[in-house]
Design a protein around this ligand. Structure first.
Ligand SMILES: *Cc1c(COP(=O)(O)O)cnc(C)c1O
Length: 376
């Protein structure tokens, strides 16, 4: 087709405010970690509430790895992870030396299945990593009950959930350790970036030091415009800090979060309404009015997922696949089946959703989907 604008699956929503923020940092000629990062963390803490510690990092994957590592979880330890997640969750665990142990998911919302998680528990299990798949986290109470009963730490991969409410409080306001991502297409972006949020103040200090090579109190020195020249190092550290450039971009995005959230909710609600009662396709069982949808995933039945994706591609509409099960990858292969995930792997399809998507573009997506099923 010519003359038709391609509809993107996802994209950043940035403009004059972000340019201004970056120019401000460049004019100040202090590009690394300093005042902007301190302010960004304070603003995130204020937004989330609950008096939480916020430690920003270079990526969301770095946030996950740093969190696990700072709990002294590593070689010989196991962390239970749902198999349907971005490979980042698995690689973050693996990078600490610990083994990511794949568990199955629930068909309705693709959240980790705690009955299966129970089967994955061994004497080496130290932590569990629930993933807020497509911004949903409906099974979190069960995860925390399981963790309490088995003395496990919980590291929430909330990469899809920044800005979400759950039971009237923001995601991150409670729970053990909650990690966010600010990569280019997430609910807000810093270009790349991430954050660890926790109420554990001792852990927060480990995280602050750990992101700066384990140099004790270097974060505090940098926030004062200096740095630590003589120091001790007691733990493995990383170069995982965030720069002022990234934080300034993130601060401009934070000011737009309400608008982004409202738009994403409207778009998800329009999809849900348009696809209600269909036979060949179903939407996820999520609490749509409360989440800030990061991706819009549908389940395509009767083995026509590839045909639908091809049809949409011909209509200049991008689609995605979140995600192939990690336990099918060479590095993370299991010797046990995960049947729900394996079935979902043939059904999941992601439709375009981002803050810049117009009603007209979304109508094109909806019409193309409905047409595909009508003409079959
Ligand atoms: C984006 C994402 C991450 C990693 O975040 P980066 O900032 O890209 O490193 C981790 N888990 C999930 C589920 C994600 O979508």
């Amino acid at each position: 087709m010519t003359g038709v604008v391609r509809i993107r699956l996802s994209r950043s929503s940035v403009g004059a405010e972000e340019k201004e923020a970056l120019a401000r940092v460049i004019d100040g000629a202090y590009l690394g970690m300093g005042e902007e990062v301190r302010l960004f963390e304070a603003e995130i803490a204020a937004l989330i509430g609950g008096g939480r510690e916020v430690v920003c990092t270079a990526t969301g994957t770095a946030a996950l790895q740093l969190a696990i590592s700072s709990l002294d979880i590593g070689r010989g330890d196991e962390v239970i992870v749902p198999t349907i997640t971005y490979v980042a969750s698995f690689q973050a665990v693996g990078a600490t030396g610990a083994r990511p142990v794949a568990c199955d998911v629930r068909a309705g919302d693709v959240f980790m299945d705690m009955k299966d998680a129970e089967k994955r528990l061994t004497a080496s299990t130290r932590a569990i990593m629930p993933v807020h798949y497509a911004s949903g986290a409906g099974g979190l109470a069960e995860v925390y009950a399981f963790a309490r009963a088995n003395n496990l730490r919980v590291i929430e991969d909330a990469a899809h959930s920044f800005g979400n409410d759950r039971d009237g409080v923001k995601v991150g306001a409670n729970g053990d350790i909650v990690c966010f991502s600010f990569d280019g297409i997430k609910n807000i972006t810093c270009g790349e970036g991430g954050a660890v949020v926790t109420g554990d103040t001792a852990l927060a200090q480990r995280l602050r030091d750990g992101r700066l090579l384990g140099v004790e109190k270097d974060t505090e020195a940098r926030y004062g415009g200096g740095r630590t020249w003589t120091f001790d190092v007691k733990h493995q550290g990383f170069r995982y800090h965030m720069s002022n450039l990234m934080a300034a971009l993130g601060r401009a995005q934070l000011r737009k979060l309400d608008r982004f959230a409202a738009r994403r909710r409207v778009l998800a609600a329009r999809y849900v309404q348009a696809f209600a009662g269909m036979n060949g396709l179903s939407t996820l069982e999520l609490d749509w009015s409360h989440i800030v949808p990061h991706i819009f995933v549908v389940k395509v039945h009767d083995s026509v997922r590839e045909a639908l994706a091809k049809h949409l591609k011909a209509e200049e509409i991008e689609t995605g696949f979140h995600y192939q099960p990690n336990h099918r990858l060479t590095l993370f292969k299991t010797d046990y089946p995960l049947p729900v995930a394996e079935r979902l792997a043939d059904e999941l399809l992601t439709l375009p959703l981002h803050a810049e998507l117009t009603d007209e573009e979304q109508d094109r997506v909806i019409t193309a989907v409905l047409c595909f099923f009508r003409t079959r």
